[in-house]
Design a protein around this ligand. Sequence first.
Ligand code: NAP
Length: 279
Amino acid sequence: MIGGTGTVGSQVLSQLGGADMHVRALVRNPGVARLPREVEVVRGDLTVPETLDPCLDGIDTVFLVWTAPPSAVAPALERILKHAQRIVFLSAPIKTPHPLFQQPNPLKALFEQIERMIESSGRQWTFLRPGMFAANALLWWAPQIRSGDVVRWPHLDAPTAPIDEWDIAAVAVRALCDDGHAGAEYVLTGPQSLSQFEQVSTIGRVIGHSLRIVEISPDEARRELLRIGPLPAVNMLLAAWAAAIGQPAHVTSTFAEITKTPPKTFLDWAIDHASQFRA
Ligand SMILES: NC(=O)c1ccc[n+]([C@@H]2O[C@H](COP(=O)([O-])OP(=O)(O)OC[C@H]3O[C@@H](n4cnc5c(N)ncnc54)[C@H](OP(=O)(O)O)[C@@H]3O)[C@@H](O)[C@H]2O)c1
């Protein structure tokens, strides 16, 4: 497991709890990583290739989340693919022809490079292509909602279909543990197209706050949203939301087809995370 302390990886680890397999997590800081007790924790860093072999020794399957710099891709992937027979990679909907996913985006080239290396390795692979994570709301809106009743946000009419990170992890666990997922590219979304206004309103309803949701211009957002990421990331989001306005979000039934259970709604997600929006 690479990325086990993160949003999706931590859910994968907790859902793997019942599986009959030895699970090892590569983490940069074992001292602060809070992972399930049954998980073997090994120190490693994707940007320091020589740390990877000891983490990968004896493993046959890898779940990979990539947030490290692009320069680390080739040396790290070479080592990972030397050990892994099967790899499940958390990618993005880079091939889906919906405007939300087709704006200029530096991550696209990075993910294409990773996918090319995996595909040409001859290993069994599965690519997960989730759309917007519901968990983004924790970074985007929770600080504003915890500190008052005003949420300032751009492109409130832009619809997305936020997916619960638990559901992404459930598909990851199937691909890691079951046969029949080799060569699959799963575009995963939540079940509903909801505007950003509707998503913030849902959170307000769940926590019982009457929120004042104020549309700000893209230029204001460029100044105010640097707390959620560097300028290229903010620009990428602004372009994606602007392009998405006027048509429903892309919604797939892939989660239900794979897991035979209904996906969680954004309302479900907001109820599960309500405490994180309360002061
Ligand atoms: N947010 C969205 O809406 C969305 C949509 C589609 C796809 N995605 C993709 O999903 C991925 C992010 O998933 P996430 O939110 O679950 O990740 P996350 O919460 O940001 O966590 C990143 C994980 O990667 C680990 N990591 C970072 N740098 C590392 C390094 N140099 N060596 C080893 N481990 C390292 C982190 O470990 P530490 O504990 O050491 O920091 C952490 O476990 C990204 O690739 C993103 O592009 C996101």
